[in-house]
Write a protein that binds this ligand. Structure first.
Ligand code: ADP
Ligand code: ZN
Ligand code: ZN
Length: 762
């Protein structure tokens, strides 16, 4: 990841700074949100002079309209020839900058590294309500401005009885919110006007998840064990040094990494700094907030939450709270990395290996890598934590870019649950009528139910069965818009596309040959739920997947019920594979380990290994011993064997070797270039023409593979081709691609997109 630190990462054509002469108008450059990603010079009117800073939100005239933008550069010396013509900022919207001081460089770096338009990066960074300059909601409080002597009060009583009553009310109660006063607006206004009462307005702050962990008393201090303490000491030393440093905290599941993060956050707060805590899933934020609020309750700071499900008002308030310095700890998903915290000194990225940190649309940034780069810009400390580090981070630690801290023992020396691999090639012969649960899996579940212990069962496919497949002609019903098999959903007898949500009713005959033998092949979470209900009618089984998640707060309430012991078996997709900590879970079952293994993705082995280790980590976290069962048709596959033996380093070394052999990351970078459009031939022709054009104009710059059809060739009626650039350093290649793209005679009906360091190869 060395190109995360290029010396001239943001040396756009910014002119050398000259201090303006004392009498020259103060001048700044402003980046409008709706411009072409260029900043323009404006004069700062005298009345705004002391208040306009880097990152201030301002209204400016632009051409014949006015628009909003950010102060991008201060102390600009205008070209003397134009100094007279320069226009002035017309309004300053907030008294504080809405971006952190480092965010402008961060924005420019993201735009350059990920080949994204600067404006798209700004839209991602700043919440819409802030960008639009929304006025904060104010809470108006009325209080007395002065006391009246007896005569004056008597006079008021005669003249305006109601106002006198209001006066007495306020004298008795003290200040009161205006909305709660039992008097008419006319009465209140009259008393305000007379100067006897006054009104103050403070912005209200709607705190998301205010209910979580609020009243929880601080838990008595946990005593860290030796490994936890060593990790915390190492991170503390970096915080003390006050310089940029990245740590990789590799701590096995249940090793107490969160306590190490808490220790680092406490230290940061004690020194007057603030911290960002990134989690991979929106669904995990409440749980993390709860833990942090209870562990940091005595630090006297607000812990705010940030993720995509917040209301516009909640986002606005959280953002402004941070910008004002009122909140100093933020927990959030990917985009929380842009938060305007003051004195940001620590960034924690928990579960750093998770692909969800990568944004799947423009700008295709990786939250973890942006975290490291932001820490670098600020001279802050970044801690990447995981039980299953990504190959990228493992490699960076091996070559000495990151400090490696390890916790190899679970808290209190709890043993790792043994992992049993079930060979489905043999088991399938004994499974009548269903192909979801092997005998050992059913026996293990029965045992847990009898002992009043809990199970987590994992199946990375929602719905009822994979596809509708005809045994007579082999036809699979596919989505008419995407080259992807439709999934059968039993509850409404439909076939659905999980890419575009196309829905149609399920046919009873094969649409190709008319056979009535069409059968539902494979299985999904719904089918698994149904089998469990048949086998264990007394068991309380709950399914947790994207379908049940459609309801707001459903995830939270299910987890609460599971924690309270009101659910015996939790059955779900990848959502339940990570982070959850339930002491009474003694069985973790993986129903199909092959689902992630046999896919056309160079990270398939890594993902499978991570999945197995993470799911295994859900079992045996309390005083009870746990067990892990894995069903697979390929029991000897390396990630399965390494996971079974809990050989983390061995897996990482083995995988690193395999990646090296095929020139895949982490030692080299990949850039994916996708072409799409509705006419397959023209998409293919455009991809080929571009490849030829690029190789001719930038010969030998980079190794190219492709173009080839994407694994999912069609999505939403768009045909897709891609090519891959394999390179040692990204910026040079992205720069060349961007320059040549501007000169390439393009087909207007074919869109192309660049994805730097892609997480998804479909
Ligand atoms: P990880 O995130 O590494 O999987 P957690 O941070 O969730 O592990 O910790 C697992 C459990 O162990 C939590 O319930 C936590 O409160 C507890 N724990 C962590 N550190 C200690 C400690 N030093 N002593 C006792 N319990 C601890
Ligand atoms: Zn579709
Ligand atoms: Zn058929």
């Amino acid at each position: 990841m060395d190109e995360l630190f290029p010396a001239n990462a943001f040396s756009k054509d910014v002119p050398a700074k000259e201090k303006p002469a004392a009498d020259a108008p103060r001048c700044v450059r402003v980046m409008p949100f709706d411009g072409g990603g260029r900043a323009y010079a404006y004069a700062v009117p005298a009345e705004l002079a002391g208040r306009t800073a880097l990152g201030s939100l301002v209204r400016i005239p632009l051409g014949s309209r006015t628009t909003l933008g950010l102060v991008w550069e201060t102390d600009v010396a205008p070209d003397p020839a134009f100094a007279k013509k320069i226009r002035a900022i017309s309004e300053l919207l907030y008294d504080i900058p809405v971006l952190a001081p480092d965010a402008i460089k961060l924005c420019e770096w993201i735009a350059g590294y990920y080949a994204a338009p600067l404006n798209s990066v700004l839209l991602t960074m700043l919440p819409a309500a802030v960008r639009q300059g929304v006025r904060p909601v104010l809470e108006r409080t009325v209080s007395l401005a002065r006391e009246l002597d007896a005569d004056a009060l008597a006079a008021l009583k005669r003249r305006a009885k109601k106002q006198a009553e209001l006066y007495e009310f306020l004298r008795e109660r003290g200040a009161a919110p205006r909305g709660t006063l039992p008097f008419s607006a006319a009465v209140v206004n009259a008393l305000l006007l007379s100067g006897v009462a006054r009104e103050s307005a403070v912005p209200v702050s709607r705190l998301a998840y205010a209910d979580i962990g609020a009243g929880v008393p601080a838990r008595r201090d946990v005593v860290l064990n030796a490994e936890q303490q060593a990790a915390l000491d190492s991170i503390s030393a970096s915080l003390d040094a006050g310089k940029f440093r990245a740590h990789l905290l590799h701590g096995v599941t249940g090793s107490g990494k969160t306590e190490v993060y808490v220790g680092a956050i406490r230290k940061t707060l004690a020194s007057g700094g603030s911290a960002i805590f990134l989690v991979p899933e929106v669904a995990l934020t409440p749980q993390t907030v709860e833990r942090l609020r209870s562990r940091l309750a005595d630090c006297g700071t607000r812990i705010v939450v940030w993720h995509s499900n917040l209301s516009a008002g909640e986002r606005f308030d959280a953002w402004m709270d941070m910008a004002r310095g009122n909140a100093r700890v933020l927990v959030g998903a990917r985009s929380a990395i842009f938060a305007p915290l003051r004195d940001l000194r620590l960034i924690v990225v928990d579960e750093e290996h998770e692909p969800s940190f990568k944004q799947g649309e423009t700008p295709f940034y990786h939250g973890r890598d942006v975290a490291v780069y932001r820490a670098h810009l600020l001279g802050a400390v970044c801690v990447l934590g995981s039980a299953t580090p990504s190959l990228e981070s493992f490699y960076n630690a091996r070559v000495g870019k990151y400090v490696l801290n390890r916790i190899l023992k679970r808290v209190d020396d709890r043993p790792f649950p043994p992992m049993r691999v079930i060979d489905m090639r043999r088991e399938i012969l004994h499974m009548q009528g269903q192909t979801t649960f092997s005998r050992p899996m059913l026996d293990a579940i029965a045992e847990r139910l009898a002992g009043h212990e809990q199970c987590i069962l994992f199946l990375n496919r929602r719905g009822y069965s994979r596809a509708l497949i005809c045994p007579d002609c082999g036809n699979v019903v596919e989505c008419p818009h995407c080259s992807s098999a439709l999934t059968f959903h039993r509850e409404d007898n439909t076939l659905r596309c999980h890419l575009c949500d196309h829905t149609e009713s399920a046919p009873s005959r094969c649409p190709a040959c008319g056979s009535e033998n069409v059968r539902k092949r494979g299985f999904g979470t719904q089918r698994a739920e149904e089998i469990l209900a048949q086998r264990f009618p007394e068991a309380r089984v709950v399914r947790l997947d994207a379908d049940t998640m459609a309801k707001k707060n459903e995830f939270r309430s299910i987890l609460e019920r599971f924690r309270a012991g009101e659910i015996d078996v939790l059955l779900g997709t990848q959502m339940i594979a990570k982070g959850l900590d339930f002491p009474r879970v003694t069985l973790a079952g993986i129903l199909d380990a092959d689902l992630s293994l046999h896919v056309p993705d160079f990270r398939a082995a890594e993902r499978t290994f991570q999945l197995l280790v993470q799911v295994a980590g859900r079992a045996g976290r309390g005083q009870l011993d746990g067990e892990v069962l894995v069903q697979t048709f390929t029991p000897s596959a390396p990630p399965i064997q390494f996971a079974k033996r809990a050989e983390f380093d061995e897996f990482l070394e083995d995988e690193l070797e395999r990646r090296r052999e095929f020139h895949y990351p982490p030692e080299r970078h990949l850039i994916r270039h996708v072409f799409r459009g509705t006419d397959r031939d023209r998409v293919e022709a455009a991809a080929l023409a571009w490849t030829e054009f690029f190789e001719k104009n930038a010969p030998g710059l980079v190794e190219i593979r492709g173009p080839a059809p994407c694994p999912t060739e069609k999505i939403l009626d768009n045909f897709r081709f891609h090519l891959w650039y394999f390179c040692a350093r990204v910026p040079a290649v992205v720069g060349a691609i961007s320059r040549l793209r501007a000169a390439f005679p393009r087909d207007a009906d074919v869109i192309d997109l660049l994805d730097v360091d892609p997480a998804d190869v479909n």
